[in-house]
Design a binder for this molecule. Structure first.
Ligand code: ADP
Ligand code: MG
Length: 398
């Protein structure tokens, strides 16, 4: 069974409750510093309104408020203001997601769009409390989930709520875009399928690594992920980040037959300190007093050549401490290599820091797909499904 998307729904005269991911970054003055997540929700919001829904009730979380309590700094007020200016319509921000005020608000003719206050002010949200979900469901005839980035959570507003919308649960356009793009990675990707994995720790990404090693033709390893692999081959990595348990994992991975797919850096950029000046380490062994902070020029060439041959590329995790411009070369070179094959290959970037790296490389528009999902996109690839997607099709399991 496939997910039904909102373009299959009859919305005319219907009350629609929709879950979005408006979890935007705010500065100390409570101003939104990056509106991307809201902007990406606009097509779904506009569609619901244009198709004649009588009411639109929107839900989202923002940050990680202490459960069960209102806190001004996590209020969705700036989101309500921004949405009102974008849509040129009044948006009523409810005091709470589930007080009696919401129902009376909805009886008013002039109230068309309601934004429920931060759904995580109620601990019932993260507890997936079904009474809470039922109350939310009582506001509307149709449910829409466009919060792909939250769909790996079994939370009331993405999971439990679908129990009360049998055959009336739909995916939004952002969710659709993510699912379709990631399906191309998951379901018989065109070969050669090259994956690139980097970032800070193997233990954070064991499942992703295992998936890559099993399904891809090549796994290019960079960033702090690479040092445990080198250590597993008895290569010295100096003071680079390298946890013992990660070395154990790396040993096992390399010992498998599929371990041959793994490519490791052959040189590095190193330094005496994290903010020290970059030094090229021409060989694979890193001297005792130095820290590996980026892949080196020969590794860039090696990896670029592999990417050139690919028909499908999935990238998660920066190749170095890219936040420091001294150590961003490797990461940006991967983005460049992917951009260069855009006419011949399907290229996807997923992961919070990887996406911000691609954005700062200026090459984001050259990728086939950039996943907004972070944890959700990796989990979808590894598991083949997500709780929020499953629930759209079948409802919650219990
Ligand atoms: P993503 O969010 O894309 O999944 P991760 O969170 O796993 O990526 O990793 C990103 C972080 O890893 C970045 O903050 C980056 O600075 C760090 N990192 C990458 N390589 C190194 C390195 N060699 N030493 C220390 N930190 C590194
Ligand atoms: Mg990260």
């Amino acid at each position: 069974m496939a997910i039904k998307y909102i373009d299959e729904a009859d919305l005319k005269g219907k009350k629609v409750i929709a879950r979005f991911d408006f979890n935007v970054p705010l500065d100390s003055h409570h101003q939104i510093t990056d509106t991307t997540r809201i902007d990406e929700s606009l097509p779904t919001i506009r569609y619901i309104l244009e198709k004649g829904a009588s009411k639109l009730i929107m839900m989202s979380h923002l940050g990680r408020p202490k459960a069960g309590k209102f806190a001004k700094e996590f209020s969705l007020e700036p989101v309500a203001k921004y949405l009102a200016s974008k849509l040129e319509q009044e948006i009523v921000l409810s005091e709470s997601s589930v007080d009696s005020g919401v129902k009376s608000l909805l009886t008013l003719n002039e109230t068309k769009i309601v934004l429920l206050e931060n759904i995580r002010f109620h601990k019932e949200e993260t507890d997936n409390d079904l009474e809470f979900a039922k109350k939310l469901a009582s506001y509307a005839d149709i449910y829409v989930n466009d919060a792909f980035g939250t769909s790996h959570r079994e939370h009331a507003s993405v999971y439990g709520i679908t129990k009360y919308f049998e055959k009336k649960s739909y995916g939004g356009f952002l969710l659709k875009r993510e699912v379709e793009a990631l399906s191309k990675i998951m379901n018989s990707p065109k070969k050669p399928f090259v994956t690139i994995i980097g970032g800070s720790k193997i233990s954070d990404k064991i499942k992703t690594l295992e998936y890559f090693i099993t399904h891809a033709d090549k796994v290019l390893v960079g960033g702090a992920m690479s040092y445990p692999f080198l250590a597993a081959k008895n290569i010295k990595v100096g003071k680079s980040r390298c946890a013992k348990e990660d070395v154990e994992f790396a040993k096992k991975a390399l010992a498998q037959d599929v371990g041959k797919k793994i490519l490791l850096p052959v040189d590095h950029l190193v330094s005496e300190q994290l903010d020290g000046k970059p030094i090229i380490c021409n060989e694979v062994t890193i001297p005792d007093n130095l820290i590996g902070l980026d892949i080196g020029p020969k590794s860039i060439e090696l990896y670029t050549n592999e990417i050139k041959k690919a028909k499908t590329v999935f990238w998660n995790g920066p190749m170095g401490l890219f936040e420091n411009p001294n150590f961003s070369k490797g990461t940006f070179a991967i983005a460049r290599a992917m951009a260069d094959i855009k006419s011949q290959a399907y290229t996807v970037v997923g992961g919070g820091d990887s996406v911000s790296a691609v954005n700062s490389s200026g090459l984001a528009d050259q990728m086939s797909h950039i996943s907004t999902g972070g944890g959700a996109s990796l989990e979808l690839i590894e598991e083949g499904d997500l709780p929020g997607l499953f629930a759209l099709k079948f409802g919650p399991k219990n």
